[in-house]
Design a protein around this ligand. Structure first.
Ligand code: SAH
Length: 397
């Protein structure tokens, strides 16, 4: 196995079991590992530190896997990690109310660059590192052994694959293809999922708990669901007795699927309005029309893909939330989210405080939303914590 020697003084993160080694921390590579090969990382004196996937195309040159020198990172090692992750989701799926979740969440499940989502009897995978790409035959075999899925679809159309020098993929890995629409159940609400054409791997299952928590406030309320996608917050609010829900999303496919999902759940279409539009434009239209709501959900896409984008993103979050606050009836609720890993909860609260000042409103944070149990945060990898949100009560003055 090829050895990679760390620069003196760069040991701390590795010792603390952070799974990334940046290229700048490497002193020397003894030989020429291929991208995706497993290498042996040593300290400057040659002492063993960890095994990991090597890739010289990526800023993260080594993704660490195992810190015990005596444990071989072989097929069984990968099978164990897959089995451990799948077992960790069994309670979540046990009550039969939910049959869709994230089964494997990359570094958080000790498999850097592998995402596996379950959609009823079908799986969608994203392979984001060359190391995982190399071991995919073993991983697929183990997933088949454990779950016997009807299909496994590779949804690796993420731009992060390019950073690893990998081609984009969008193909079935099993002989059978997933159907155009897979019917799934989340907290007893039905959704049609288009794995091949939908966003990310098809569905945002990370908002499962938050949809339910928000819906508990929706009875009799006039709700606006911004960035609705296929209707996660909309359907939960309608099912919990919302007086009306307006959903806004720029994607035609998302809006079309959302309308189908309303029928699928026998919800009252007369209480629902779907608007295909840019949220920033639509909020201004509501303002001109003097339209107000009791509850507003703001669940935008990632505004800050990196730390360097944080200032700009903070301004965008502030502007969006200021508009949201202005459209609420007095005492209304704003459920606002950020899925930018670079934006931590404290910064997000500051952004909201800033938005409140600009809007001339007072804001109470009444609940903090986070990512659910199938998106764990590994204690040595805080970067995996990306989804956060605040439920705010907004009053004038
Ligand atoms: N709340 C959703 C997930 C939102 S994902 C759920 O519970 O499933 C973000 C959504 O924002 C996507 O559906 C995307 O189509 C939409 N989007 C991105 N930019 C937008 C914009 N400027 N205006 C309206 N929708 C936008």
């Amino acid at each position: 196995m090829i050895e990679v020697i760390l620069k003196k003084g760069k040991e701390k993160a590795v010792l603390h079991r952070h799974p990334w080694v940046f290229s700048g921390a490497i002193e020397h590579v003894k030989g020429k590992p291929a991208n995706g090969d497993i290498v042996r990382l040593t300290d400057a004196k040659g002492g063993f530190m960890a095994y990991g996937f090597y890739n010289d195309q990526s800023r993260v040159a080594i993704r660490l896997l195992e810190w015990d020198e005596n444990i071989a990172v072989n097929d069984d090692w990968f099978r164990n990690k897959v089995a451990g992750a799948v077992a960790g989701r069994s309670e979540l799926l046990a009550d039969g109310k939910t049959n869709t979740c994230r089964l494997i969440f990359s570094e958080a499940d000790y498999l850097p660059g592998l995402i596996v989502d379950k959609y009823a009897d079908h799986l969608a995978v994203q392979v984001l590192t060359s190391g995982i790409e190399n071991v995919m035959p073993v991983i697929i075999d183990e997933l088949q052994r454990l779950l016997n899925p009807k299909s496994i679809f590779d949804k690796s159309d993420a731009s992060s694959r390019e950073h690893e020098g990998l081609q984009t993929q969008n193909i079935a890995l099993t002989t059978s293809q997933p159907p155009e629409n897979v019917l799934v159940r989340e907290n007893n609400i039905l959704y049609n999922i288009n794995i091949a054409e939908g966003q990310k791997s098809g569905f945002y299952c990370d908002q499962r708990d938050n949809r339910k928590i928000l819906a508990a406030h929706a009875k009799g309320k006039k709700v606006l669901d911004c960035f609705s996608y296929t209707g996660g917050f909309t359907l939960n609010a309608l099912q919990n007795g919302a007086a009306s829900v307006t959903s806004v999303d720029s994607s035609a496919l998302a809006i079309e699927t959302l309308k189908e999902n309303i029928k699928l759940n026998n919800l009252d279409g007369a209480k629902h309005t779907a608007i295909q539009s840019d949220v920033n434009k639509q909020l201004r239209v509501f303002r001109e029309q003097e339209e107000k709501f009791d509850i507003i959900v703001l669940d935008p896409p990632k505004y800050a893909p990196s730390r360097s984008a944080l200032d700009r993103a903070s301004r965008a979050y502030k502007d969006l939330n200021r508009l949201g606050m202005l459209l609420l009836n007095d005492g209304g609720l704003l459920a606002t989210f950020s899925c930018s890993g670079a934006m931590d909860m404290e910064t997000f609260k500051q952004v909201l405080a800033w938005a409140a000042l600009d809007a001339g409103k007072q804001v109470q944070f009444i609940y903090q939303f986070c990512q659910p149990e199938d998106h764990p945060v590994r204690s040595s990898f805080p970067e995996g914590e990306y989804l956060k949100g605040l439920l705010c009560r907004v009053v004038s003055g």
